[in-house]
Design a protein. Structure first.
Length: 210
């Protein structure tokens, strides 16, 4: 390869790195703004300021707010998947893991990504485009989490698929609700007590259906 060609390759790689870095900063800033300031305050202008990106640079990568939020949803999905997988990989696939899924789930719901997802979930009621993107994300995240729960459940002898799925949905809905309660100032001790109750329910569930 000639020196000129080598230099062009380096330039292309550098530009690709710059593009990836700008997009990453924009997505991280969007998640922070959503989790901290809420949906209404998360405008492309505010995100650009938060990320330290010029207005023109922001529009180049994300021409509209809808584009930005759609990509943010995809990024949140992958992050939540990775967090759950990393936590599960540290535990043996036994009864203790199945019960621990509740606390693993709650830990992931303490992330800024989960809070951002809650904000987008509420906002989607008045935004058809966002609702369509959100439906795909929720289906993917829920499906991934349910698949993991079912895998562990089968391994430990829980064969009642319908009940395992119902239990998973109940726990997921409870955690989303507790996140909202937590965000409006409910005392941490009361939230922790509610999570402890979910764990107790899981222990009862295992005893009842194995």
């Amino acid at each position: 390869m000639s020196e000129q060609a080598t230099e062009k390759t380096k330039t292309r790689r550098t530009q690709a790195d710059r593009t990836a870095d700008t997009r990453r900063r924009a997505l991280d800033a969007t998640i922070r703004c959503l989790a901290r300031d809420g949906y209404a305050a998360t405008t492309t202008t505010r995100v650009a300021q938060e990320a330290g990106i010029s207005r023109g640079g922001m529009l180049h990568h994300f021409p509209t707010r809808a584009d930005l939020l759609s990509e943010t949803l995809k990024d949140i999905e992958m992050t939540l998947r990775r967090m759950r997988a990393d936590a599960l990989n540290k535990l043996p696939a036994d009864i203790d893991m199945f019960i621990a899924l509740t606390r693993i789930g709650w830990e992931s719901y303490q992330s800024k990504e989960a809070m951002a997802l809650i904000e987008l979930t509420i906002a989607a009621r008045g935004d058809d485009d966002l609702a369509a993107s959100l439906k795909k994300t929720h289906a993917s995240v829920h499906g991934f989490q349910l698949e993991g729960s079912m895998k562990v459940a089968r391994h430990v002898g829980l064969e009642n698929v319908e009940m395992v799925e119902a239990m998973h949905l109940l726990h997921t809905a409870a955690m989303r609700g507790l996140m909202i309660e937590q965000s409006i100032g409910i005392e941490p001790a009361r939230v922790d007590a509610a999570i402890d109750l979910l764990v107790l329910y899981k222990e009862w569930f295992v005893e009842r259906f194995t």
